[in-house]
Write a protein that binds this ligand. Structure first.
Ligand SMILES: Cc1cc2nc3c(=O)[nH]c(=O)nc-3n(C[C@H](O)[C@H](O)[C@H](O)COP(=O)(O)O)c2cc1C
Length: 181
């Protein structure tokens, strides 16, 4: 792929700010991350079972809707994640949408490896997949497809059952967990 000419011949400024070329380098990488952080999201934990039947979970903000008919959702998982191999095509998994009082769980499931389920109340969902108690909503899925996406894989989930509890969600913005208000 060919990169566009730098500034495309125009020194563009928007509201007094210049653009950042993402050719490479640590500063550009940080700027990219910071700029992505302006897109406010909710926070989820993706849960599944390991081949040996142990619970697996990871905090994820890349969750999004994909299709209404058929009902599909998507999210992405970092290749370096310990749980990277845990969400294969055909596997059952659940999207647990965290509530505003579950910041501690967002942090707990964002720690690499280890036992993340100690002290966490769960329900047993479809095919034994753990559902974290106290969430805003749940989507019980099978991984329908998995696509490469740079240093992440994109996972597409087919949704089989949902729970809409109707609590207030936890938010993620500017690199920090937040609540409304
Ligand atoms: C708010 C928040 C959102 C995150 N979103 C993602 C994500 O979308 N995909 C991802 O792979 N990691 C995401 N992470 C990072 C993982 O939760 C973190 O790397 C975790 O340690 C991975 O656990 P594992 O190594 O046991 O798989 C996020 C972390 C936080 C705190």
């Amino acid at each position: 792929m060919t990169a566009p000419a730098k500034n495309a011949g125009v020194d563009l400024r928007i509201d007094g700010r210049g653009g950042v070329d993402l050719g490479g380098g640590e500063e550009a990488r940080r700027a990219f991350r910071d700029t992505l952080g302006h897109f406010a999201t909710g926070v989820t934990c993706m849960t599944t079972l390991s081949p040996t039947g142990g619970p697996v979970g990871i905090t994820v903000s890349s969750f999004n809707s994909l299709s209404l008919d058929p009902p599909l959702i998507l999210w992405s998982i970092a290749k370096v994640a310990a749980t990277f191999a845990g969400f294969q095509v055909g596997d059952r998994f659940a999207v647990n949408v965290l509530s505003s009082d579950q910041e501690h769980l967002a942090n707990k499931f964002a720690q690499a490896g280890g036992d993340k389920f100690g002290g966490v109340d769960i329900y047993v969902g479809l095919n034994g997949v753990p559902l974290i108690a106290g969430c805003v909503a749940y989507f019980e899925c099978t991984a329908e497809a998995r696509y490469p996406g740079g240093d992440h894989d994109i996972i597409v989930g087919r949704v089989w059952r949902i729970f809409n509890i109707g609590k207030t969600p936890l938010l993620f913005h500017g690199g920090a967990l937040r609540t409304f208000g």
